[in-house]
Design a protein around this ligand. Structure first.
Ligand code: ADP
Length: 850
């Protein structure tokens, strides 16, 4: 703003006075070092040339306050006119040295009238004649100084630019300097007066006396000023070794009053801290020898017992023979400055330490951490951040955002978020996918404001975490949950399906007059449904065992042609039921693999049963086996509903079914192919599905490593042999479930001309064995009191059971259970419920047919 009031009426003085704002403006911290240095120089100037001291003072005020101009005005009379004369001017107004202003109508006049410091803004508005002064004073700070309690002048500083506004610290400095000015002006006036008197008095002696008297007065005033400023002066008369010291020095060095006047230098040296003494003495010596200025910083023992820091300066005076006769100088107490420096250095050290600690912590995480200043520019980024963006620290610090790599919106989004935090001073949480040099990654970020003690925003800090994996995991979990729920629904459905005809069949059989044909039909249906149930439970158990790696393959050399034959036999009724036509293409020579016969049959049965299930009735199923490039390839092709291309690999996932299971007519849990795939892989092979599309059939191909050796070829035909039971056996059926034991006994009775007995607990088994020496004991394991294992161990100790064939019956078919049964003394292990075939197998065992 420019204010030219020459064209308008002067404004009231109160419109330009703004002193009150000094207490409201933020104030800068004191610069003790600069101030002490300036005071020392002022003291020195006073000693060197008292007349130049006012100019020095104006320059000091301008420099310490960063003003554009400064000056010292003293009230005088110009003839009859009361005026202010500018006895010192510095800066822009130096050219107005010795200029004047009216006493009553001027800024200085207001200060004297109000007897107080004043801050004025655009004073030209109240004093239009100031318009003639250039450059225009934008802000003026004026401080009065006094003689005998009466304000006689001002020390003033002027700002010519809008960006320099005076604060409380400037006011403090100018006040201090005004004290100095008062002393200096008084001394000068006294000197001036002395000179005038000296001229008037004819007697030189008299004049000298007066001068000396005035000088002493000037000295006294200077002393009081220096004392206030914690400055002391001294002169060391080298030849007489006497230190002429002022009161401040005596006080600072704690010199006993009796020797204060002209004490030897040693008295002062003794007060210096022992660690600093030598250095001070050396410096004094060097000054005397070389004539260079003396300057030393050292510690002095304070009378209170604490230490004070001082700076001493001086320059040597020599006589006409060049001999050093005197060393005058000043000492400034800089304890406060030192304390401030120590505090600053301690704080710097502590903050450095904190910075290092936090930087180490922030740098050693995989998260991206950054700090921005209040403008949103980076002041810190950690290593993870730099690594990800492949940048150097120098490329990032001071930038507003990271230049993006490839198409993405990270730069814009980041800038918007940081700016929002700056504007609202509130945290932001965000989750977003970003294109990074490592591809698209999902990040979770939090950007927070850092508020200063004054409530203003100091910085913005942020942290971003790569949550891509977590998100994938969450997605996977959700999918697993969904599949589990779907599976449970399917399982309930699949279990209910066979249970319904079983219950109906049982109810039918309860009627008295059921024809033989009906009851045979009911029994056949129930048997089929029970096999289906058993199959479902077996699959479930197998999946859990395969997944936890508990299945051990019993490998032997097998001919895949026979495996297929055996699987087709097991699926025979299913194939017939649906009216499917099936063909088997196989070479004349064996297709050998090393495998587990039970597991390979299980795989093939599953695939053939699937072909049955997913092919509308009267379909065609083509099965082939061949050796090709070291592999045994089995293919099961059908002309059924086919598999959508997108699901060709997915159907091997656990619980995966092509359509929601409940909508399908065909039962199943979505486990068969998972199980088949794992079992094939355990054999070192692979399985895949192919289909031209919906309604166009499917082909499942199983590939297993083939072997050529026929040495261990097992005579699988033996499996087909239907061994007849050679003799009538004494059999003990044991189960704590009374009904189960009775029915098992009855069923065994139907399988030959055997003598059957039942028992429901361990002691009865031992007792009956002692009485009857049974050939075969089929025993439940989980019985209260004695477990089946315990009973078996005891039986094996009895001579009556030496020849007995022991079969364990459990709900658990795991390998570890079989092993435990074997160790307890059992010969065989059957999983509940035992199939008729399994029981027949037991009865055909060679040991029972010798
Ligand atoms: P389940 O038959 O008990 O559902 P599977 O794991 O054996 O479980 O099969 C998984 C899914 O693969 C089936 O639900 C079905 O959708 C599909 N599938 C398997 N075999 C065939 C096939 N031959 N034709 C069409 N779809 C099939």
């Amino acid at each position: 703003m420019s204010c030219n009031s020459s064209e308008s009426d002067p404004q009231p003085i109160d419109h330009v006075i703004t002193t009150a704002v000094l207490d409201q403006r933020p104030s800068r911290a004191p610069d003790h070092a600069a101030e002490n240095k300036a005071l020392l120089e002022l003291g020195q100037a006073f000693a060197d040339s008292p007349k130049a001291v006012l100019q020095k003072l104006a320059e000091t005020a301008m420099a310490l306050c960063g003003a554009g101009s400064s000056g010292i005005s003293i009230a005088e009379n110009d003839g009859d006119q009361p005026i202010f004369r500018w006895h010192a001017t510095a800066g822009e107004y130096r050219k107005y040295y010795h200029g004047t202003m009216p006493r009553d109508f001027s800024p200085c006049g207001v200060v004297l009238q109000r007897d107080a410091m004043q801050l004025m803004e655009y004073p030209v508005r109240a004093f239009p004649y100031i318009d003639a002064i250039s450059p225009e004073p934008q802000e003026v700070l004026l401080v009065p100084f006094y003689r005998e309690d009466k304000a006689i002048g001002t020390v003033w500083i002027v700002s010519h630019t809008a960006d320099k506004r005076f604060d409380a610290e400037d006011a403090r400095i100018v006040r201090n300097l005004a004290q100095f000015a008062a002393a200096a002006v008084q001394s000068l006036q006294t000197l001036q007066h002395s000179e005038e008197v000296a001229i008037q008095v004819t007697s030189q002696q008299k004049a000298l006396e007066l001068v000396e008297q005035d000088l002493r007065e000037a000295q006294r005033r200077l002393q009081s000023t220096l004392s206030a400023a914690e400055v002391a002066t001294w002169t060391w008369e080298i030849s007489t070794n006497q230190v002429i010291a002022d009161k401040n020095l005596v006080r600072m060095f704690d010199i006993p009053p009796e020797i204060a006047n002209g004490a030897p230098i040693e008295a002062y040296i003794d007060s210096i801290h022992p660690e600093d003494r030598d250095e001070v003495q050396q410096k004094v010596q060097r000054t005397i020898e070389t004539g260079c200025d003396y300057e030393a910083i050292y510690r002095v023992n304070d009378p209170s017992g604490s230490l004070r820091w001082v700076i001493a300066r001086g320059s040597v005076e020599r006589n006409e023979h060049g001999i050093a006769v005197r060393l005058p100088g000043v000492v400034v107490d800089v304890t406060r400055q030192k304390e401030a420096e120590n505090l600053a250095s301690r704080l710097t050290h502590e903050s450095d330490q904190l910075r290092r600690t936090y930087e180490t912590a922030l740098s050693n995480t995989a998260d991206l951490n950054f700090v921005c200043d209040s403008q949103g520019k980076f002041t810190y980024v950690n290593k993870a951040f730099l690594d990800l963006w492949q940048k150097d620290l120098s490329e990032v610090i001071g930038q507003a955002a990271i230049p993006s790599q490839g198409p993405n919106d990270i730069t814009e989004r980041f800038q918007v978020q940081v700016q929002t935090v700056i504007q609202t001073c509130k945290s932001i949480r965000d989750e977003a996918a970003y294109q990074t040099p490592d591809g698209v990654r999902q990040y979770e970020s939090i950007i927070q404001p850092v508020m200063g003690a004054d409530g203003a925003l100091e910085a913005v800090v942020g942290s971003s975490r790569d949550i891509t994996q977590r998100k994938e995991f969450e997605q996977h979990l959700l999918e697993t949950h969904r599949q589990k729920d779907e599976f449970l629904a399917t399982l309930a459905h699949e279990l209910r399906n066979p249970l319904a005809p079983i219950r109906t069949g049982l109810q039918l059989l309860k009627f008295d007059h059921v024809s033989e044909e009906d009851s045979a039909d009911a029994i056949e249906v129930m048997e089929r449904q029970i096999s289906h149930l058993v199959h479902l439970v077996d699959d479930l158990l197998d999946v859990s065992r395969v997944t936890s790696g508990k299945i051990i393959l019993r490998r032997e050399t097998l001919d895949m042609r026979l495996m297929i034959q055996s699987a087709i036999e097991m699926c025979h009724s299913n194939l017939l039921e649906h009216g499917h036509q099936w063909t088997v293409a196989q070479p004349d020579e064996p297709v050998l693999v090393e495998g587990d016969a039970v597991r390979l049959t299980q795989i093939l049965t599953n695939v053939i049963n699937n072909a049955c299930k997913y092919t509308p009735d009267s379909g065609t199923i083509a099965i082939s086996v061949q050796s090709e490039a070291g592999q045994a390839l089995v293919q099961v092709n059908d002309n059924g509903i086919g598999i959508p291309e997108a699901l060709l690999t997915k159907i091997f996932d656990i619980f995966k079914q092509v359509e929601p299971a409940l909508d399908r007519a065909q039962g199943g849990l979505g486990l068969g192919l998972t199980l088949s795939q794992r079992l094939v892989e355990m054999h070192g092979g692979s399985i895949r599905a192919e289909s031209p599309g919906h309604g166009q059939g499917s082909t499942i191909t199983i590939s297993l490593p083939a072997i050529t050796s026929t040495e261990h070829l097992m005579n699988n035909t033996a499996m087909q042999e239907d061994l007849s039971f050679r003799r009538s056996l004494s059999i003990l059926a044991v189960d704590d479930n009374i009904g189960a034991a009775r029915l098992l006994g009855k069923l065994l009775g139907k399988l030959g001309d055997h003598q059957i007995d039942v028992a429901h607990d361990g002691p009865t088994v031992l007792e009956k064995t002692a009485q009857r020496c049974p050939d075969l004991i089929i025993m439940d394991i989980g019985m209260p009191g004695m477990s089946g294992y315990e009973v078996a161990r005891k039986l094996r100790e009895m001579p009556e059971a030496e020849q007995a064939f022991l079969v364990a019956l459990t709900g658990y078919g795991q390998d570890s259970d079989r092993e435990e049964a074997r160790q307890a003394g059992f010969d065989q292990h059957l999983t509940k419920p035992p199939s008729l075939e399994a029981l027949q197998e037991i009865l055909r065992h060679p040991k029972l047919n010798q």
